[in-house]
Design a protein around this ligand. Sequence first.
Ligand SMILES: *Cc1c(COP(=O)(O)O)cnc(C)c1O
Length: 493
Amino acid sequence: MTTTYDSLIFELSQPDRSGVDLPESDVESVDLSDKFPEHLIRETEAELPEISELQLVRHYTALSNKNYGVDNGFYPLGSCTMKYNPKLNEDVARLEGFSRIHPYQPENTVQGALQLLHELQEDLAVISGMAEVTLQPSAGAQGEWTGLMIAKNYHKHNGENRSKVLIPDSAHGTNPASATVAGFDTVTIPSTKDGLVDVAELKKLVDDDTAALMLTNPNTLGLFEKDIVEIAEIVHEAGGLLYYDGANANAILGKTTPGKMGFDIVHLNLHKTFTTPHGGGGPGAGPVGVTEKLIPYLPVPRIKKVQNHYVLDDKEPLSIGRVKGYYGNFGILVRAYTYVRTMGAEGLQQVSESAVLHANYLKKRLETHYESPFPQTCKHEFVLSGSKQKKLGVRTLDIAKRLLDFGYHPPTIYFPLNVEEGLMIEPTETETKETLDGFADTMIQIAKEIEQDPNIVLDAPHTTIIGRLDETKASRKPVLRVPVTTRNLSNNS
Ligand SMILES: *Cc1c(COP(=O)(O)O)cnc(C)c1O
């Protein structure tokens, strides 16, 4: 099962083997031992692997081959927008003028970089229908927290201490988490059986203690909240603000904006909608846009254009302050800028059309084989239920594992929480019809296997290096250093 180069790098080590050829040191050695506390002084040589350059290359190439990403295959992970990351973005991010500058350089030596940031701010303001944007937050969740801190400071400045944030039950888990970290109490709004915000319930729950309503539209079921204008009125009438979770904005680009829907604060995930790479925890970017009245609360420094000069302005008395070191994840911002500028307004509109078309095409092909709790037209993604298969003793988790045998990354499963045995599928606009058909054929084959020979699915995956993991333990107590199949676990330290 495993390749020769699957071992730990320390096991490959042989004394005096070397992959580097350093010149003789021309610096005199100095004894600094009296400058450090005793317990920090090393008594033995550092234990470093001694291996050749070729061994090192093979070791890391073997590791990278075990990874799965958008560049390897179809990745329909719902609510994650795993679309293709154009390689042009990488070329531009590697240009020396972008990659070799330092955040502490004087303003007048980095005018090009500041211009890029300023223009990206302006582009994202247009795309989101907001008055002004900050690029600082480094993830969607941090954008949410930033937006909620803006809301908090806005209410405080108006002499109000509003404590509640309303969040629909279909929301991404980061919404209640961010609201809690920002010091709010969260109130859950139930969905109707059609998967939309229950407006009657919202009316009951909203009051003069409501700081904000956080909404995702289209929501995580891939459904457009058609009552959004009325929802906005209800929240605004109570003096609350409307927060837009725009992590996956694939379905609205160039079609409509959160601004038009009545939102006051928006975050966008550049690492989802705007083709910057993501996975493995970062780096990402979650810019936040706000309407006119909230501009004074944006983080500092703000990037401004004064005549023909770009400046970093940190003199904003009502600002919530800095939320990230320097000015955000600059390399990610360069990639997103490249994407927006190469696509143009028409290109972005086409993104929405294709993303929505692809999702509806897949949905239609799968609906006769899997329960489809929300039959209406979807936007960029859709949610099926494995409830029919559950009756035959096969769970959604098993279906996800079986997909691995066919080389697909599974969809998001068991989310949102208001769908039994949920399978959330987001194909994105960058896939071909053949890829969509291949995936649909496979899903249909799995549905047939479940009817005919469920053990094939229950025992899956059959072809991966590692079978089923204890997923909770793998995420809470990861053993990252030992390839499980090649090592005797009892020898572990
Ligand atoms: C991904 C996602 C988030 C969180 O974004 P991160 O960058 O992972 O913090 C929030 N809301 C929705 C709907 C998402 O899909």
